[in-house]
Design a protein around this ligand. Structure first.
Ligand code: KG4
Ligand code: ZN
Length: 351
């Protein structure tokens, strides 16, 4: 089974070809970072136009690299949401056109599901497992019970974790995207120098909040005065990451209790999404999972950040179960994985 995957939900134009023997035959990602960097974040209109400009060529290159013709495909998968609607429409419409011309099944994939199923592309992993999804747009704890079966345990009530990293970086004068910059600066820093808050810690449930941490960091930055020295930045970054890790550990403890209550002791914790590329957080989460009797798995960084291999793989998982979509499948800016989950208090735009 050979599937073409397309990802255009944010600022990465991506195309990949994957087969059901878990071979990633091509996995191309074209980052638009340079176009968005001057604005300190993703500009939706620029993103959509970028996808229009490059997607065709990128798909052609991915097919060439995979040594495959459209006639060799068994299906086409594209991210249909959640994300920036302009970009989603570009990717989904392109997938529909290919599916129509070559008479192929279409899979309209949920971007979060693609992140959630990525570890199954890497090896044998049975359902259920616990998933911590930490990216620029999302911060959720879910139980992955099967393809299309997700139970959301908690989500952010304000900023996503990657968003908090990006905003924190900006306050300290670091480049966008902030995650890698903060992680790198923190390596030389003293995590105990600034006592930053740990929002939601010791509260019941599994929801997250990061806006208070961001505000507290901003107050410290202003107190130090411009320009910040390299040591100040390093110490701020280390203190910020220490606070984040404490919060994740606390929320994970509550989620593990729910997971173990439903499915028994042990189990696997998967960490996915762009922030899962962070080695410091991975280390802390690995220790926390171990203390809870769980094993941690995290995809390699290239499959943690947005990519189309994960979309192709989610397409394969769905195609195998006959879960294909009609040609009128809509692009959806908001598309929660667990439609029964109550909205988190104060949740604005986050799905
Ligand atoms: O999953 P992703 O590529 O896109 C979304 O679906 O959001 O995640 C991007 C986010 C950005 O906010 C970026 O700052 C963050 O992931 N990120 C990191 C690291 N690498 C990327 N955050 C912390 N540490 C990192 N090493
Ligand atoms: Zn993502």
């Amino acid at each position: 089974m050979l599937v073409l995957g397309i990802e255009t939900s944010c600022d990465e134009t991506a195309a990949a070809v994957v087969d059901d023997a878990r071979r990633v035959r091509a996995n191309l990602v074209l980052s638009q970072l340079d176009q968005h960097r001057p604005y300190g974040g993703v500009v939706p209109e620029i993103a959509a136009r970028g996808h229009v400009d490059h997607l065709d060529t990128l798909i052609g290159r991915a097919m060439d690299e995979a040594g495959a013709a459209f006639a060799d495909l068994d299906g086409v998968a594209a991210t249909a949401g959640p994300g920036l609607i302009g970009g989603l429409m570009v990717g989904l419409t392109t997938a529909k056109a290919i599916a129509a011309v070559h008479q192929l099944p279409l899979m309209a994939v949920n971007h979060l599901e693609a992140h959630a199923l990525t570890p199954r592309l890497l090896g044998d992993l049975a359902f259920p497992y616990l998933l911590l999804l930490i990216s620029g747009g999302h911060c959720q704890l879910l139980i992955v019970e099967g393809v299309g079966a997700y139970r959301r345990l908690g989500t952010t009530i304000d900023d996503a974790l990657g968003e908090a990293y990006d905003k924190a970086a900006r306050m300290m004068g670091l480049d966008y995207p902030g995650g890698p910059a903060v992680e790198q600066a923190a390596e030389r820093g003293d995590p105990a120098r600034f006592d930053l808050p740990r929002p939601m810690r010791r509260r019941p449930g599994c929801d997250f909040s990061f806006s208070g941490l961001k505000t507290a960091l901003g107050t410290v930055v202003r107190g130090l005065g411009e320009p910040l020295g390299a040591t100040d930045v390093a110490d701020l970054c280390a203190s910020f990451q220490a606070a984040v890790a404490d919060v994740l550990e606390d929320r994970l403890r509550n989620a593990a209790a729910l997971f173990h209550g439903a499915h028994g002791p042990g189990g696997v914790l998967v960490v996915a999404g762009g922030v899962a590329a962070n080695r410091f957080l991975r280390g802390r989460l690995e220790a926390a999972a171990g203390a809870l009797g769980m094993t941690l798995t995290a995809p390699p960084p290239a499959l943690c950040t947005d990519n189309a291999a994960m979309v192709a793989w989610a397409g394969i998982e769905r195609l195998r179960l006959g879960l294909t979509d009609a040609m009128d499948a809509p692009a959806r800016a908001r598309w929660p994985l667990d439609p029964t989950a109550r909205p988190a208090v104060g949740a604005g735009v986050k799905a």
